[in-house]
Design a protein around this ligand. Structure first.
Ligand code: ADP
Ligand code: ZN
Length: 701
């Protein structure tokens, strides 16, 4: 056993347990031939008694990571789980495997709970599942402490953090009560925790030198696109994106119940589609879920309520009909595509209007601190009638409810079912509740910002998500599939040539950055267009075109101001950008927002596949062409070379040339550098730098 970790916890020897080998138990009791990625290391750490923080996406096999070490350590593993459905599911699965499991939650009667407690105290259980609010029942934590568990698993651990996207106040009890059950090691599991949430989980659960396992966020079979699309255009756009039957079954996420219904009606014109949301009655929801699983429905238009526990392996497409509220939620939702490992797509439709919607909800859900202060001041330690307080404050029921809900979430006020409210007297450590609230407000705002930045970004979509979750072992900046890495493979994103003004702006940006350092995009805009001759949005689009082509790089940066961290985007020039000339500028392509003719802007058509080989390849983005075997082999050679070239210099493969250009080279087979220059995407700079090597590759048989 490694000595690098403090051994604060119970060891097997002390408990006189037989040494069981993890692999033997994995095969004999769980019936699995082998571990999945990362499971073994996690199980070893938990078996050895270390505290563990495990962040892996849904479906990665996290449950085994507490169940197997739990069995090997012997005694009872206590599992805290927030949802009855999840608890029941695990309970039945474990029973079927022949383990002794019990659960205690509000859906069971008292006799069952009593029996579970007695079995626990008699040492007859391998697993005991409880909901966090159980710990509030007087005497319950003490009962657990009479016979301590040998392992504690906290499932959905992100719920403990107010920085997460699914905070549950009951989870806050854990920090205190689990201490009574120490020295059992704690394993905290979640599918969704950013680095600040991870730190918060560890702090609140008082984990001792936890081993972090944060893995598996890169999805290799998911092509992500994010496309600016006007709101009225979205229904038709979604319908047409799903027209190819290989893109179904599909889940479409809608922002509201009403929109999910409306969209379902529209999609039913073409597909077997249904809505799914929390406002429907349970039977209807079950039926939709079942029909989707059975293949009787091809498209479900859902609010975020859909998906918890859905295990449909062959979902080909997940479309977001609007900008989601958090990147964590978004990642979970797109994660429902392609569980079978086959190529799948995630398409996000957004526009600035979505930002306004989020602002609206933000204002509604996070009332002014002054209002919270007034409500808090009126509550007392003695329970008082909710309605009379509201009247005394002369505020609307809606304002009162929102403010009170925040105070409850902050833990400083509480309410009973009979309409009485009171102050809890809970302390917030060294910070006041006002400070906690201010931090929550700013956290919520930065979540919306992060989501919007993602939508508008010119960085690889997958790399951005992996980075967001803080998997430090995965640094690849390039996925090769998203609309940024492989614009030519995009099905929703469209590109167009720059107009004269944009092209001129691109030239000015390059000149400006050649003579100076990297700087913030905002400052660059002001420096070049002090009178907003080009709007900030148009300017960003031009920068995006230059970044995608590999002439500029963009990165997140931040600075401290008055104790706050402010983030911004910094842009600088790449080596290719230093060498670029006017001809290269003519080849730039800009992302086109999808706006229908009705909305005033004609949509560009892409090329067809019936034209002659050399012109085929020069058609617009997205043109599908079929290569003959020789061309395919050449394309493959070019791809291998491109990837090693990119690796050597540490930039993305498309910076060498895009897939579209590669295909054109494979078809045209240039033998001289001059020939090569006639191909779209190869300007003089690239021709000079790579020409000889490309021609050599093309001359190989
Ligand atoms: P998570 O909690 O990470 O979402 P689960 O624990 O529910 O994932 O596991 C997902 C599926 O993978 C389950 O059906 C589980 O039985 C299966 N599974 C887990 N570990 C293994 C393994 N080592 N070999 C084969 N299947 C596994
Ligand atoms: Zn990518």
């Amino acid at each position: 056993m490694s000595t690098a970790f403090p051994q604060a916890h119970v060891e097997k020897e002390e408990l006189n347990l037989p040494q069981l080998h993890l692999r033997t138990v994995l095969a004999d009791r769980f019936g699995f031939a082998d571990f999945r990625a990362n499971q073994e290391a996690v199980c070893e750490a938990a078996q050895a008694g270390r505290d563990v923080l495990l962040v892996m996406p849904t479906g990665a096999g996290k449950s085994l990571c507490y169940q197997l070490p739990g069995i090997v350590r012997g005694g009872t593993t206590l599992v805290i789980s927030p949802l009855i459905a999840l608890m029941e599911d695990q309970f039945w699965k474990l029973q079927q495997l022949g383990f002794r499991a019990a659960r205690i939650h509000s859906g069971l009667d008292r006799a069952d709970s009593r029996a579970a407690c007695l079995a626990y105290l008699a040492g007859e259980l391998d697993f005991l599942f409880i909901a966090p609010e159980r710990l509030r029942v007087p005497g319950f934590p003490e009962m657990l402490a009479k016979r301590k568990p040998t392992l504690i698993a906290v499932d959905e651990a992100h719920c403990i953090s107010q920085w997460g996207h699914d905070f549950r106040p009951d989870y806050r009890l854990l920090g205190h009560y689990l201490q009574l059950l120490r020295p059992s090691p704690i394993i905290a599991l979640t599918a969704t925790a950013t680095p600040i949430v991870q730190a918060d989980i560890a702090r609140q659960l008082a984990l001792i030198a936890p081993t972090h396992f944060i893995h598996g966020f890169r999805r290799h079979n998911l092509a992500i696109e994010s496309v600016e699309t006007a709101v009225p255009d979205r229904p038709a756009r979604i319908a047409s994106l799903l027209a190819d039957e290989n893109r179904r079954p599909a889940i479409v996420y809608a922002p509201t119940r009403k929109l999910s219904e409306e969209l379902a009606v529209r999609l039913r014109e073409q597909y077997k589609a249904a809505a799914y949301h929390a406002g429907m009655d349970a039977n209807d929801r079950d039926r939709v879920q079942r029909d989707f699983l059975d293949g009787k429905l091809e498209v479900v238009v859902a609010t975020t309520a859909f998906g918890m526990g859905i295990d449909k392996a062959d979902v080909r497409t997940v479309i977001h009909a609007a900008l989601p509220g958090t990147l964590e939620g978004y990642y979970q939702e797109i994660g429902r595509a392609g569980r079978d490992g086959l190529p799948s797509r995630a398409i996000l439709l957004y526009s600035f209007a979505d930002r306004r919607t989020h602002e609206f909800f933000f204002e509604r859900d996070y009332p002014d601190t002054e209002l919270l202060k007034r409500v808090h001041a009126k509550c007392t330690d003695e329970p008082r009638d909710r309605e009379s307080i509201r009247r005394a404050l002369r505020i609307s029921a809606e304002d009162f409810d929102k403010a009170f809900e925040r105070l409850e979430l902050l833990g400083v006020c509480a309410s009973e079912q009979d309409g009485v409210v009171y102050r809890t007297g809970a302390a917030h450590g060294r910070v006041s509740w006002q400070e906690s609230y201010a931090a929550q407000v700013s956290q919520r705002r930065s979540q919306i910002d992060a989501m919007q930045r993602f939508a508008e970004s010119h960085d690889c979509r997958m790399a951005t998500l992996v980075k967001h979750f803080g998997d430090a072992t995965d640094r690849s900046p390039y996925c090769g599939q998203c609309d940024v890495c492989s614009p030519e493979q995009a099905i929703a994103q469209q590109f167009r040539e720059l107009n004269a003004i944009e092209r001129k702006a691109a030239g000015t940006v390059i000149r400006e950055l050649r003579s100076g350092n990297a700087r913030s995009t905002g400052k660059l805009h002001k420096d070049i267009f002090p009178r907003e001759e080009l709007s900030r949005n148009e300017f960003e689009a031009v920068l995006g075109a230059l970044v995608t082509a590999g002439y500029l790089f963009m990165e997140d940066a931040s600075f401290e101001k008055e104790g706050r961290t402010l983030s911004y985007r910094r842009v600088g020039i790449t080596r290719d950008g230093e060498q670029l000339d006017a001809n290269d500028l003519a080849l730039l392509r800009i992302r086109e927002a999808f706006v229908s003719e009705a909305a005033g802007k004609p949509r560009k058509r892409t090329g067809s596949s019936t034209t002659s080989p050399s012109t085929r390849t020069k058609n617009g983005a997205g043109a599908e062409i079929t290569l003959n075997p020789e061309e395919t082999a050449r394309e493959q050679r070019l791809r291998v070379w491109r990837s090693s070239e990119a690796k050597k210099h540490g930039f993305a493969a498309f910076c060498v040339f895009s897939d579209k250009t590669m295909r054109a080279i494979a078809v045209d087979r240039p033998t001289t550098v001059d020939d090569l220059k006639t191909i779209d995407g190869i300007g003089p700079a690239k021709a000079a730098r790579y020409g000889a090597e490309i021609c050599r590759l093309c001359s190989e048989v």
